[in-house]
Design a protein around this ligand. Structure first.
Ligand code: ACO
Length: 325
């Protein structure tokens, strides 16, 4: 099996900043409610750009960081819950924008765990020698699938994209990786597609394509599965939690992260947090965080970090990375 490592990261978020106070002019909410329940202060919202455009900009930043030619990419995966279209895939749209003409392209739907699912698939392709260079993107324009009259959901999310490039390498940077799903919890967090409607259909169940969530159930799922994911990748490697410099969690809610820190008996400071500035960008939260950490110089050669996520599906996953530069 080949060794795999991350050779570049990048991100992009729309310029328009929407604060909690801005939202209080749209729905009956307040900065105090949103900040105290979630930790979110502001988020980026697109003024028209769709998911493929955000994804391509994040990808080009990662390609620059990795110092590769887009033609070297042989697999391009976009993790998204908010694609531009049913078909073509967002990955194919990104391929055309960035000129990754030699890539096989497809999307992954695993909601907020999508980037970790993408890393898992990409890692297997490189390990087995099917691909040498893989671009994994998490990208979302969630603002187009939110009910802007539902204060319980519209305040939580934002738009953005992040990307990482995996490559075959001498030393191994992806030390262990884990994904799981629980379809029995599908109802707790969903966004239906279109209604089944044709000349032969009866009992038409009219669907509304907006996000709905049972916040308490998602909370319970998150605080149960995040420690499982962290334990799993530690057990599969030779490391303990003390060897881990940072945990990069899915950025949904500060209270979830604090709960998980307490459960694991570790300081909140071990978690890298930027949800105050972006809100929950679903599949994009983890790669945006990773890019910010790299750009801020927080990641040094040999550092061990864990990425851990949970999301609609329900889905969950984690990866233990040795940062190699
Ligand atoms: N502003 C003001 N009041 C609000 C708002 C808002 N934006 N949203 C809800 N409320 C009100 C409700 O109407 C309710 O009022 P009532 O008591 O008069 O009926 C009250 O606040 C409490 O509502 P709850 O839904 O019980 O609020 P809760 O304390 O559970 O907090 C939250 C909601 C933050 C979503 C919480 O359930 C949570 O942390 N869930 C975790 C899941 C999560 O963060 N999901 C994010 C995305 S999912 C993912 O990333 C996979």
């Amino acid at each position: 099996m080949n060794n795999v490592k991350i050779i570049g990261v990048g991100s992009y978020a729309p310029e328009r900043i929407v604060t909690n106070s801005d939202l209080s002019e749209i729905v009956d909410t307040s900065d105090e409610w949103i900040s105290s329940r979630t930790g979110i202060k502001e988020r980026r919202i697109t003024e028209g750009e769709d998911t493929s455009s955000l994804a391509a900009k994040a990808a080009l930043n990662a390609i620059k960081d990795a110092n590769i030619n887009p033609l070297e990419i042989d697999l391009l995966i976009v993790a998204t819950t908010s694609p531009d279209s049913f078909t073509p895939s967002t990955a194919c749209l990104v391929q055309a924008i960035i000129g990754a003409d030699n890539a096989t392209c497809f999307d992954i739907g695993a909601a907020c765990s999508g980037f970790i699912y993408g890393l898992n698939v990409g890692t297997q392709f490189v390990k087995t020698g099917v691909a040498k260079t893989v671009l994994v993107i998490g990208a979302e324009v969630l603002s187009k699938i939110l009910d802007w009259e539902d204060r319980s959901t519209c305040v939580l999310f934002g738009d953005g994209a992040g990307a990482a490039i995996l490559s075959k390498s001498e030393t191994n940077g992806i030390l262990s990786i884990f994904t799981g799903s629980d379809g029995k919890g599908a109802e707790f967090l969903k966004c239906p597609a279109v209604t089944v409607k044709n000349p032969f259909a009866s009992n038409i169940d009219k669907k509304s394509s907006v996000v709905s969530m049972n916040g308490k159930e998602v909370f319970k799922f998150a605080v149960k599965t995040m420690p499982i994911g962290i334990d799993k990748v530690l057990k599969d490697s030779a490391y303990t939690i003390d060897d881990i410099k940072y945990i990069v969690p899915h950025q949904a809610n500060m209270r979830i992260i604090e709960h998980v820190a307490k459960k694991l008996g570790i300081d909140n400071e071990k978690f890298f947090i930027n949800l105050d500035r972006y809100g929950n960008t679903s599949a994009a939260t983890i790669p945006i965080a990773l890019d910010e950490m790299a750009k801020q110089g927080l990641l040094k050669n040999g550092d061990k970090i864990i990425l851990v996520g949970f999301g609609g599906g329900l889905t969950f996953g984690s990866v233990l990375i040795e940062w190699l530069i």
